[in-house]
Design a protein. Sequence first.
Length: 127
Amino acid sequence: MPPSVDLHLLDGEYAVTLLPPGGAVPDWVRGPGFVNVSYCSDELSIVTPAERVPGGIAADRGWRAVKLTGSFDLDQPGIVLSVVRPISENGLGVFVISTYHRDYILIRAETLDRARTLLAKAGHRWV
């Protein structure tokens, strides 16, 4: 049986931004809310509340962030899959971010209600 996860919807809309590789993290990233910075050899990718992203920055807006809560081991199998599977198998996009203590998913704002229903049917709880 797949694990059951508590899900917490974060406030506001999020954006995924793309900046050139090797650049510094801009000051507009700092502030309240969930932020994720990924340095890669070919990009600097930042997830942040959408209202903080200035004009002229390549950004994919319209995401809602969901925090997977609970006490899971760092390498516990099936946690992320149990949340991603019901969403993706029903044709909805999902963007996954993992940290040391938590996993987060981003879901398109216009599909959030459907995703909430699908996740509840899969045995997950919205808290």
